[in-house]
Design a protein around this ligand. Sequence first.
Ligand SMILES: Cc1cc2nc3c(=O)[nH]c(=O)nc-3n(C[C@H](O)[C@H](O)[C@H](O)COP(=O)(O)OP(=O)(O)OC[C@H]3O[C@@H](n4cnc5c(N)ncnc54)[C@H](O)[C@@H]3O)c2cc1C
Length: 461
Amino acid sequence: MSVPEGRSIINFAVAVIGWGKGGKTIAGTLARAGKKVAMIEQSDQMYGGTCINIACVPTKALIHSAEIRTSNDFNPEYFARSVERRDTLTGKMRDKNYAMLADLETVVVFTGRASFTRPTSLTVTAGDDVLELSADTILINNGSVPIIPDIAGAEIGGRIHTSTTLQHAPLPEHLIVVGGGHIGLEFASMFAMYGSEVTVLDKNSRPLPREDEDVAGEVVHGLQGSGVRIVSDANVHRIDQSEDCVTIQYVWNDQEQQVRGDAVLLALGRTPATEGLNLEAAGIDTTDRGAIKVDEYLRTNVEGIYALGDVNGGPQFTYISLDDNRIVTDQLLGEGKRSTEDRVAVPTTLFTTPPLSRVGITESEARAHGLNVKVAVKKVADIAAMPRPKIVGDPRGIIKFVVDAEMDLVLGAALHHVDSHEVINLIALAMRYNVTSTELKNSIFTHPSSTEALNEVLGMI
Ligand SMILES: Cc1cc2nc3c(=O)[nH]c(=O)nc-3n(C[C@H](O)[C@H](O)[C@H](O)COP(=O)(O)OP(=O)(O)OC[C@H]3O[C@@H](n4cnc5c(N)ncnc54)[C@H](O)[C@@H]3O)c2cc1C
Protein backbone atom coordinates (compact mmCIF):
# COMPACT_ATOMS: atom_id res chain seq x y z
CA MET A 1 0.00 0.00 0.00
CA SER A 2 1.01 3.63 -0.39
CA VAL A 3 0.52 6.12 2.41
CA PRO A 4 -3.23 6.56 2.94
CA GLU A 5 -4.66 10.05 2.76
CA GLY A 6 -4.79 12.24 5.84
CA ARG A 7 -3.03 11.69 9.12
CA SER A 8 -3.49 8.89 11.54
CA ILE A 9 -1.36 6.97 13.99
CA ILE A 10 -0.76 3.27 13.60
CA ASN A 11 1.14 1.19 16.14
CA PHE A 12 3.59 -1.57 15.24
CA ALA A 13 5.93 -3.81 17.17
CA VAL A 14 8.69 -3.14 14.64
CA ALA A 15 9.20 -0.54 11.91
CA VAL A 16 11.89 -1.07 9.27
CA ILE A 17 13.10 1.98 7.38
CA GLY A 18 14.31 0.93 3.91
CA TRP A 19 14.03 -2.37 2.09
CA GLY A 20 17.72 -3.27 2.47
CA LYS A 21 19.05 -6.80 2.72
CA GLY A 22 19.31 -6.86 6.49
CA GLY A 23 15.99 -5.14 7.10
CA LYS A 24 13.93 -7.21 4.70
CA THR A 25 15.36 -10.46 6.08
CA ILE A 26 14.65 -9.54 9.68
CA ALA A 27 11.21 -8.16 8.78
CA GLY A 28 10.26 -11.59 7.41
CA THR A 29 11.66 -13.42 10.43
CA LEU A 30 9.87 -11.18 12.92
CA ALA A 31 6.60 -11.29 11.01
CA ARG A 32 6.73 -15.08 10.90
CA ALA A 33 7.29 -14.96 14.66
CA GLY A 34 3.96 -13.12 14.91
CA LYS A 35 5.20 -9.54 15.29
CA LYS A 36 3.34 -6.70 13.59
CA VAL A 37 5.89 -5.18 11.21
CA ALA A 38 5.86 -1.96 9.14
CA MET A 39 8.18 -2.00 6.13
CA ILE A 40 8.75 1.50 4.82
CA GLU A 41 10.33 1.90 1.39
CA GLN A 42 10.57 5.24 -0.37
CA SER A 43 10.12 3.94 -3.93
CA ASP A 44 8.04 1.23 -5.58
CA GLN A 45 11.02 0.75 -7.91
CA MET A 46 13.20 -0.21 -4.95
CA TYR A 47 11.23 -3.03 -3.30
CA GLY A 48 13.98 -5.50 -2.47
CA GLY A 49 16.56 -2.73 -2.00
CA THR A 50 19.65 -1.43 -3.76
CA CYS A 51 21.30 -4.80 -4.42
CA ILE A 52 18.64 -6.30 -6.62
CA ASN A 53 17.43 -3.09 -8.29
CA ILE A 54 20.44 -0.92 -9.07
CA ALA A 55 23.60 -2.57 -7.74
CA CYS A 56 24.94 -6.14 -7.37
CA VAL A 57 22.42 -8.07 -9.45
CA PRO A 58 21.80 -5.71 -12.40
CA THR A 59 25.47 -4.80 -12.77
CA LYS A 60 26.55 -8.43 -12.72
CA ALA A 61 23.82 -9.23 -15.27
CA LEU A 62 25.26 -6.52 -17.52
CA ILE A 63 28.80 -7.80 -16.92
CA HIS A 64 27.72 -11.34 -17.81
CA SER A 65 26.14 -10.15 -21.07
CA ALA A 66 29.34 -8.26 -21.89
CA GLU A 67 31.49 -11.32 -21.12
CA ILE A 68 29.59 -13.68 -23.39
CA ARG A 69 29.93 -11.42 -26.43
CA THR A 70 31.94 -12.91 -29.22
CA SER A 71 33.22 -9.60 -30.54
CA ASN A 72 34.60 -6.41 -29.06
CA ASP A 73 33.03 -4.01 -31.56
CA PHE A 74 31.00 -1.02 -30.41
CA ASN A 75 27.45 -2.31 -30.56
CA PRO A 76 24.74 -0.10 -28.97
CA GLU A 77 21.99 -2.54 -30.02
CA TYR A 78 23.62 -5.40 -28.13
CA PHE A 79 23.96 -3.15 -25.09
CA ALA A 80 20.28 -2.15 -25.35
CA ARG A 81 19.28 -5.83 -25.44
CA SER A 82 21.50 -6.51 -22.42
CA VAL A 83 19.80 -3.67 -20.54
CA GLU A 84 16.41 -5.16 -21.42
CA ARG A 85 17.54 -8.51 -20.03
CA ARG A 86 18.79 -6.74 -16.90
CA ASP A 87 15.44 -4.97 -16.49
CA THR A 88 13.45 -8.18 -16.88
CA LEU A 89 15.57 -9.90 -14.25
CA THR A 90 15.39 -7.06 -11.72
CA GLY A 91 11.65 -6.62 -12.37
CA LYS A 92 11.01 -10.26 -11.51
CA MET A 93 13.19 -10.08 -8.41
CA ARG A 94 11.48 -6.88 -7.29
CA ASP A 95 8.02 -8.49 -7.60
CA LYS A 96 9.19 -11.57 -5.74
CA ASN A 97 10.75 -9.47 -2.97
CA TYR A 98 7.58 -7.43 -2.63
CA ALA A 99 5.43 -10.54 -2.33
CA MET A 100 7.79 -12.15 0.18
CA LEU A 101 6.88 -9.46 2.71
CA ALA A 102 3.55 -8.08 1.53
CA ASP A 103 2.00 -11.55 1.51
CA LEU A 104 2.76 -12.06 5.19
CA GLU A 105 -0.29 -11.37 7.31
CA THR A 106 1.45 -9.23 9.92
CA VAL A 107 3.47 -7.04 7.54
CA VAL A 108 2.23 -3.71 6.19
CA VAL A 109 4.27 -2.17 3.37
CA PHE A 110 4.31 1.62 3.24
CA THR A 111 5.63 3.24 0.09
CA GLY A 112 6.95 6.60 1.22
CA ARG A 113 9.87 8.33 2.88
CA ALA A 114 10.38 7.80 6.58
CA SER A 115 11.49 10.48 8.98
CA PHE A 116 11.70 10.47 12.79
CA THR A 117 9.40 12.61 14.92
CA ARG A 118 10.28 10.95 18.25
CA PRO A 119 12.39 7.93 19.31
CA THR A 120 9.35 5.71 18.84
CA SER A 121 7.52 7.42 16.00
CA LEU A 122 7.98 8.24 12.35
CA THR A 123 6.21 10.06 9.59
CA VAL A 124 5.91 8.40 6.22
CA THR A 125 5.52 10.86 3.37
CA ALA A 126 4.39 10.09 -0.16
CA GLY A 127 3.62 13.21 -2.19
CA ASP A 128 1.07 15.17 -0.16
CA ASP A 129 0.14 12.20 1.98
CA VAL A 130 1.63 12.02 5.43
CA LEU A 131 1.02 9.25 7.91
CA GLU A 132 2.39 8.85 11.39
CA LEU A 133 3.24 5.50 12.87
CA SER A 134 4.82 4.33 16.06
CA ALA A 135 6.86 1.25 16.87
CA ASP A 136 8.55 -0.22 19.94
CA THR A 137 11.58 -1.21 17.85
CA ILE A 138 12.88 0.69 14.83
CA LEU A 139 15.43 -0.74 12.40
CA ILE A 140 17.15 1.80 10.17
CA ASN A 141 18.28 0.08 6.98
CA ASN A 142 18.08 2.76 4.34
CA GLY A 143 21.44 2.32 2.68
CA SER A 144 23.75 4.87 1.12
CA VAL A 145 23.77 7.37 -1.74
CA PRO A 146 26.49 8.22 -4.28
CA ILE A 147 28.93 10.94 -3.25
CA ILE A 148 28.69 13.87 -5.64
CA PRO A 149 32.09 15.55 -5.44
CA ASP A 150 32.66 19.24 -5.00
CA ILE A 151 33.93 19.66 -8.55
CA ALA A 152 32.74 22.49 -10.80
CA GLY A 153 30.05 21.16 -13.13
CA ALA A 154 29.67 17.81 -11.35
CA GLU A 155 25.89 17.67 -11.44
CA ILE A 156 24.06 14.47 -12.26
CA GLY A 157 22.05 14.77 -15.48
CA GLY A 158 22.63 14.72 -19.21
CA ARG A 159 26.00 13.12 -19.81
CA ILE A 160 27.04 13.00 -16.15
CA HIS A 161 26.02 9.83 -14.36
CA THR A 162 26.03 7.85 -11.17
CA SER A 163 26.31 4.06 -11.32
CA THR A 164 22.49 3.98 -11.29
CA THR A 165 21.75 6.29 -14.21
CA LEU A 166 24.58 4.95 -16.38
CA GLN A 167 22.90 1.53 -16.48
CA HIS A 168 20.13 3.05 -18.63
CA ALA A 169 22.13 5.59 -20.64
CA PRO A 170 22.93 5.02 -24.33
CA LEU A 171 26.19 3.08 -24.76
CA PRO A 172 28.89 5.79 -24.71
CA GLU A 173 31.55 5.68 -27.41
CA HIS A 174 33.96 7.10 -24.87
CA LEU A 175 33.21 6.73 -21.15
CA ILE A 176 35.23 8.69 -18.63
CA VAL A 177 35.17 7.25 -15.13
CA VAL A 178 36.13 9.56 -12.29
CA GLY A 179 37.32 7.34 -9.44
CA GLY A 180 39.21 4.05 -9.52
CA GLY A 181 37.52 2.21 -6.66
CA HIS A 182 35.34 -0.91 -6.85
CA ILE A 183 32.43 0.63 -8.76
CA GLY A 184 34.70 2.68 -11.05
CA LEU A 185 36.84 -0.28 -12.09
CA GLU A 186 33.87 -2.65 -12.48
CA PHE A 187 32.11 -0.24 -14.81
CA ALA A 188 35.36 0.50 -16.67
CA SER A 189 35.95 -3.20 -17.28
CA MET A 190 32.34 -3.81 -18.32
CA PHE A 191 31.98 -0.87 -20.72
CA ALA A 192 35.29 -1.73 -22.35
CA MET A 193 33.85 -5.18 -23.06
CA TYR A 194 30.78 -3.54 -24.65
CA GLY A 195 33.23 -1.82 -27.02
CA SER A 196 33.36 1.65 -25.41
CA GLU A 197 36.64 3.49 -25.18
CA VAL A 198 37.18 3.92 -21.42
CA THR A 199 39.36 6.36 -19.50
CA VAL A 200 39.63 6.15 -15.71
CA LEU A 201 40.84 9.26 -13.88
CA ASP A 202 42.00 8.35 -10.41
CA LYS A 203 43.55 10.59 -7.78
CA ASN A 204 45.61 7.79 -6.21
CA SER A 205 49.19 7.30 -7.30
CA ARG A 206 48.34 3.79 -8.47
CA PRO A 207 45.15 1.74 -8.89
CA LEU A 208 44.17 -0.53 -5.98
CA PRO A 209 46.64 1.09 -3.56
CA ARG A 210 45.82 -1.37 -0.77
CA GLU A 211 46.74 -4.41 -2.85
CA ASP A 212 50.30 -5.68 -3.24
CA GLU A 213 51.94 -4.20 -6.32
CA ASP A 214 52.22 -7.53 -8.14
CA VAL A 215 48.51 -8.23 -7.69
CA ALA A 216 47.37 -4.69 -8.56
CA GLY A 217 49.73 -4.74 -11.55
CA GLU A 218 48.06 -7.87 -12.94
CA VAL A 219 44.59 -6.34 -12.56
CA VAL A 220 45.72 -3.19 -14.33
CA HIS A 221 47.36 -5.27 -17.03
CA GLY A 222 44.05 -7.12 -17.53
CA LEU A 223 42.09 -3.88 -17.72
CA GLN A 224 44.54 -2.39 -20.17
CA GLY A 225 44.25 -5.55 -22.24
CA SER A 226 40.49 -4.94 -22.38
CA GLY A 227 41.18 -1.39 -23.61
CA VAL A 228 40.85 0.62 -20.40
CA ARG A 229 43.19 3.60 -20.03
CA ILE A 230 43.94 4.47 -16.39
CA VAL A 231 45.35 7.88 -15.47
CA SER A 232 46.65 7.89 -11.89
CA ASP A 233 47.44 11.05 -9.90
CA ALA A 234 44.68 12.83 -11.82
CA ASN A 235 43.12 15.73 -9.93
CA VAL A 236 39.79 16.47 -11.63
CA HIS A 237 38.58 20.04 -11.08
CA ARG A 238 36.06 20.84 -13.79
CA ILE A 239 33.42 19.07 -15.89
CA ASP A 240 31.65 20.79 -18.80
CA GLN A 241 28.96 19.19 -20.85
CA SER A 242 27.48 20.27 -24.15
CA GLU A 243 25.01 18.68 -26.52
CA ASP A 244 27.77 16.72 -28.27
CA CYS A 245 30.24 15.81 -25.56
CA VAL A 246 31.54 16.20 -22.06
CA THR A 247 34.98 17.59 -21.25
CA ILE A 248 36.91 17.00 -18.06
CA GLN A 249 39.73 19.24 -16.92
CA TYR A 250 42.28 17.76 -14.56
CA VAL A 251 45.75 18.41 -13.24
CA TRP A 252 48.31 15.69 -13.82
CA ASN A 253 51.99 16.05 -13.07
CA ASP A 254 51.43 19.77 -12.35
CA GLN A 255 50.06 20.23 -15.82
CA GLU A 256 46.58 21.13 -16.94
CA GLN A 257 45.05 18.30 -19.01
CA GLN A 258 41.71 17.62 -20.58
CA VAL A 259 39.85 14.62 -21.87
CA ARG A 260 36.66 14.58 -23.93
CA GLY A 261 34.06 11.83 -23.97
CA ASP A 262 30.37 11.04 -24.37
CA ALA A 263 29.54 10.19 -20.78
CA VAL A 264 31.04 10.55 -17.32
CA LEU A 265 30.59 8.17 -14.41
CA LEU A 266 31.17 9.75 -11.02
CA ALA A 267 32.36 6.82 -8.93
CA LEU A 268 33.73 8.43 -5.80
CA GLY A 269 32.10 6.25 -3.21
CA ARG A 270 28.82 6.22 -1.37
CA THR A 271 27.81 7.91 1.86
CA PRO A 272 25.22 6.76 4.46
CA ALA A 273 21.72 7.96 3.52
CA THR A 274 20.99 9.84 6.73
CA GLU A 275 19.72 13.01 5.06
CA GLY A 276 16.01 13.52 5.65
CA LEU A 277 15.73 10.93 8.43
CA ASN A 278 15.51 13.73 11.01
CA LEU A 279 17.68 11.74 13.40
CA GLU A 280 17.83 14.71 15.78
CA ALA A 281 14.14 14.23 16.63
CA ALA A 282 15.01 10.81 18.04
CA GLY A 283 18.36 11.92 19.47
CA ILE A 284 20.32 9.42 17.38
CA ASP A 285 24.07 10.05 17.21
CA THR A 286 26.08 9.96 14.00
CA THR A 287 29.81 9.52 13.35
CA ASP A 288 32.22 12.08 11.87
CA ARG A 289 31.69 10.39 8.52
CA GLY A 290 27.93 10.83 8.68
CA ALA A 291 27.01 7.22 9.50
CA ILE A 292 24.60 6.23 12.24
CA LYS A 293 26.73 5.41 15.25
CA VAL A 294 26.30 1.84 16.46
CA ASP A 295 28.05 -0.51 18.86
CA GLU A 296 29.13 -4.05 17.99
CA TYR A 297 25.52 -5.22 18.47
CA LEU A 298 24.33 -2.56 16.00
CA ARG A 299 22.51 -0.69 18.74
CA THR A 300 22.32 3.07 18.34
CA ASN A 301 22.58 5.28 21.42
CA VAL A 302 18.76 5.23 21.63
CA GLU A 303 17.18 2.15 23.16
CA GLY A 304 15.12 0.11 20.72
CA ILE A 305 16.70 1.64 17.61
CA TYR A 306 19.21 -0.34 15.53
CA ALA A 307 21.01 0.49 12.27
CA LEU A 308 21.87 -2.15 9.67
CA GLY A 309 23.71 -2.10 6.34
CA ASP A 310 25.48 0.80 4.62
CA VAL A 311 23.83 3.42 6.82
CA ASN A 312 25.80 2.27 9.89
CA GLY A 313 29.12 2.95 8.19
CA GLY A 314 30.29 -0.68 8.02
CA PRO A 315 31.74 -2.30 4.89
CA GLN A 316 29.39 -1.59 1.98
CA PHE A 317 28.43 -5.08 0.86
CA THR A 318 25.10 -6.86 0.69
CA TYR A 319 26.41 -9.83 2.65
CA ILE A 320 27.49 -7.51 5.48
CA SER A 321 23.93 -6.17 5.64
CA LEU A 322 22.77 -9.80 5.74
CA ASP A 323 25.13 -10.48 8.62
CA ASP A 324 23.88 -7.32 10.37
CA ASN A 325 20.46 -8.99 10.22
CA ARG A 326 21.87 -12.01 12.09
CA ILE A 327 23.21 -9.74 14.83
CA VAL A 328 19.98 -7.79 15.28
CA THR A 329 17.83 -10.93 15.06
CA ASP A 330 19.95 -12.39 17.87
CA GLN A 331 19.32 -9.21 19.86
CA LEU A 332 15.57 -9.34 19.35
CA LEU A 333 14.83 -13.06 19.36
CA GLY A 334 17.99 -14.81 20.54
CA GLU A 335 20.65 -14.61 23.21
CA GLY A 336 22.02 -11.23 22.15
CA LYS A 337 25.57 -12.56 21.90
CA ARG A 338 26.34 -12.28 18.19
CA SER A 339 28.29 -9.14 17.26
CA THR A 340 30.42 -7.57 14.55
CA GLU A 341 33.44 -8.76 16.54
CA ASP A 342 32.58 -12.31 15.45
CA ARG A 343 33.47 -11.49 11.85
CA VAL A 344 36.63 -13.29 10.81
CA ALA A 345 38.07 -13.46 7.30
CA VAL A 346 35.42 -11.47 5.43
CA PRO A 347 36.08 -11.93 1.71
CA THR A 348 35.49 -9.32 -1.01
CA THR A 349 35.31 -9.39 -4.78
CA LEU A 350 35.97 -6.69 -7.34
CA PHE A 351 33.97 -7.80 -10.37
CA THR A 352 36.36 -6.87 -13.13
CA THR A 353 36.79 -9.53 -15.81
CA PRO A 354 38.37 -11.67 -14.52
CA PRO A 355 37.42 -10.78 -10.94
CA LEU A 356 39.81 -9.95 -8.11
CA SER A 357 38.82 -11.58 -4.85
CA ARG A 358 40.61 -11.17 -1.59
CA VAL A 359 40.52 -12.14 2.05
CA GLY A 360 42.78 -11.38 5.01
CA ILE A 361 45.99 -9.41 4.83
CA THR A 362 48.36 -8.64 1.96
CA GLU A 363 52.07 -9.46 1.90
CA SER A 364 52.89 -5.74 2.40
CA GLU A 365 50.68 -5.62 5.49
CA ALA A 366 52.28 -8.78 6.87
CA ARG A 367 55.81 -7.39 6.31
CA ALA A 368 54.84 -4.00 7.78
CA HIS A 369 53.71 -5.81 10.95
CA GLY A 370 56.94 -7.81 11.06
CA LEU A 371 55.11 -11.12 10.69
CA ASN A 372 57.07 -14.22 9.79
CA VAL A 373 55.30 -15.31 6.61
CA LYS A 374 55.77 -17.52 3.61
CA VAL A 375 54.41 -16.30 0.30
CA ALA A 376 53.22 -18.33 -2.66
CA VAL A 377 52.49 -16.45 -5.85
CA LYS A 378 51.93 -17.63 -9.39
CA LYS A 379 50.45 -16.23 -12.56
CA VAL A 380 47.37 -18.14 -13.64
CA ALA A 381 48.78 -18.85 -17.10
CA ASP A 382 51.70 -20.66 -15.42
CA ILE A 383 49.61 -22.91 -13.19
CA ALA A 384 49.72 -26.27 -14.94
CA ALA A 385 47.12 -27.92 -12.71
CA MET A 386 44.46 -25.28 -13.37
CA PRO A 387 43.07 -25.81 -16.85
CA ARG A 388 39.70 -24.17 -16.14
CA PRO A 389 40.72 -20.58 -17.13
CA LYS A 390 42.25 -21.96 -20.34
CA ILE A 391 39.05 -23.94 -21.02
CA VAL A 392 36.89 -20.81 -20.78
CA GLY A 393 39.44 -18.79 -22.76
CA ASP A 394 40.63 -16.35 -20.12
CA PRO A 395 43.94 -17.43 -18.56
CA ARG A 396 44.72 -13.95 -17.21
CA GLY A 397 45.45 -13.29 -13.56
CA ILE A 398 47.48 -14.18 -10.52
CA ILE A 399 47.07 -16.13 -7.29
CA LYS A 400 48.85 -15.14 -4.12
CA PHE A 401 48.83 -16.61 -0.62
CA VAL A 402 50.34 -15.24 2.57
CA VAL A 403 50.87 -17.99 5.15
CA ASP A 404 52.05 -17.81 8.75
CA ALA A 405 55.45 -19.52 8.66
CA GLU A 406 55.13 -21.14 12.09
CA MET A 407 51.42 -21.91 12.39
CA ASP A 408 50.97 -22.85 8.72
CA LEU A 409 47.69 -20.89 8.68
CA VAL A 410 46.57 -18.78 5.73
CA LEU A 411 46.70 -15.11 6.70
CA GLY A 412 45.56 -13.73 3.39
CA ALA A 413 44.90 -14.49 -0.24
CA ALA A 414 44.40 -12.53 -3.44
CA LEU A 415 42.85 -14.41 -6.34
CA HIS A 416 42.57 -12.75 -9.72
CA HIS A 417 41.08 -15.24 -12.14
CA VAL A 418 37.83 -16.61 -13.54
CA ASP A 419 35.64 -18.02 -10.73
CA SER A 420 37.71 -16.30 -8.02
CA HIS A 421 34.48 -14.93 -6.48
CA GLU A 422 33.55 -18.56 -5.70
CA VAL A 423 36.96 -19.93 -4.68
CA ILE A 424 37.57 -17.10 -2.20
CA ASN A 425 34.65 -18.33 -0.05
CA LEU A 426 36.40 -21.66 0.46
CA ILE A 427 39.61 -19.96 1.54
CA ALA A 428 37.73 -17.65 3.91
CA LEU A 429 36.03 -20.69 5.46
CA ALA A 430 39.41 -22.42 5.84
CA MET A 431 40.79 -19.32 7.57
CA ARG A 432 37.79 -19.11 9.90
CA TYR A 433 38.13 -22.73 10.99
CA ASN A 434 41.93 -22.86 11.14
CA VAL A 435 42.41 -25.29 8.28
CA THR A 436 46.15 -25.25 7.61
CA SER A 437 47.79 -24.34 4.35
CA THR A 438 49.11 -27.92 4.12
CA GLU A 439 45.61 -29.34 4.58
CA LEU A 440 44.31 -27.08 1.84
CA LYS A 441 47.23 -28.01 -0.41
CA ASN A 442 46.51 -31.72 0.05
CA SER A 443 42.75 -31.48 -0.34
CA ILE A 444 40.81 -33.30 -3.03
CA PHE A 445 39.16 -30.84 -5.41
CA THR A 446 37.01 -31.46 -8.48
CA HIS A 447 38.63 -31.29 -11.90
CA PRO A 448 38.67 -29.22 -14.03
CA SER A 449 37.91 -26.43 -11.57
CA SER A 450 39.56 -23.22 -10.46
CA THR A 451 39.79 -24.46 -6.86
CA GLU A 452 42.32 -27.15 -7.78
CA ALA A 453 44.89 -24.36 -8.30
CA LEU A 454 45.31 -24.51 -4.51
CA ASN A 455 47.08 -27.88 -4.83
CA GLU A 456 49.80 -26.36 -6.98
CA VAL A 457 50.09 -22.81 -5.64
CA LEU A 458 50.16 -23.84 -1.98
CA GLY A 459 52.59 -26.56 -2.97
CA MET A 460 55.12 -23.77 -3.52
CA ILE A 461 55.29 -23.13 0.22
C1 LIG B 1 26.84 -0.30 -8.64
C2 LIG B 1 26.98 -1.08 -7.37
C3 LIG B 1 27.36 -2.39 -7.40
C4 LIG B 1 27.47 -3.12 -6.23
N1 LIG B 1 27.84 -4.43 -6.31
C5 LIG B 1 27.89 -5.16 -5.18
C6 LIG B 1 28.20 -6.54 -5.25
O1 LIG B 1 28.44 -7.10 -6.32
N2 LIG B 1 28.21 -7.26 -4.08
C7 LIG B 1 27.93 -6.69 -2.87
O2 LIG B 1 27.92 -7.38 -1.86
N3 LIG B 1 27.66 -5.36 -2.79
C8 LIG B 1 27.63 -4.60 -3.91
N4 LIG B 1 27.29 -3.27 -3.81
C9 LIG B 1 27.00 -2.70 -2.49
C10 LIG B 1 25.60 -3.11 -2.03
O3 LIG B 1 24.66 -2.85 -3.05
C11 LIG B 1 25.20 -2.38 -0.76
O4 LIG B 1 26.21 -2.53 0.19
C12 LIG B 1 23.90 -2.94 -0.20
O5 LIG B 1 22.88 -2.94 -1.16
C13 LIG B 1 23.48 -2.12 1.01
O6 LIG B 1 22.30 -2.67 1.50
P1 LIG B 1 21.56 -2.03 2.73
O7 LIG B 1 21.01 -3.16 3.49
O8 LIG B 1 22.40 -1.06 3.43
O9 LIG B 1 20.34 -1.21 2.11
P2 LIG B 1 19.89 -0.95 0.62
O10 LIG B 1 19.76 -2.21 -0.13
O11 LIG B 1 20.71 0.13 0.08
O12 LIG B 1 18.39 -0.46 0.85
C14 LIG B 1 18.08 0.78 1.36
C15 LIG B 1 16.66 1.09 0.92
O13 LIG B 1 16.18 2.19 1.68
C16 LIG B 1 15.38 3.01 0.87
N5 LIG B 1 15.34 4.32 1.53
C17 LIG B 1 16.32 5.25 1.62
N6 LIG B 1 15.93 6.27 2.40
C18 LIG B 1 14.67 5.99 2.81
C19 LIG B 1 13.74 6.65 3.65
N7 LIG B 1 14.03 7.80 4.26
N8 LIG B 1 12.54 6.08 3.83
C20 LIG B 1 12.22 4.90 3.25
N9 LIG B 1 13.07 4.23 2.45
C21 LIG B 1 14.29 4.76 2.26
C22 LIG B 1 16.09 2.96 -0.47
O14 LIG B 1 15.21 3.29 -1.53
C23 LIG B 1 16.57 1.51 -0.54
O15 LIG B 1 15.66 0.67 -1.18
C24 LIG B 1 27.18 -2.51 -4.97
C25 LIG B 1 26.79 -1.18 -4.93
C26 LIG B 1 26.67 -0.46 -6.10
C27 LIG B 1 26.22 0.97 -6.04
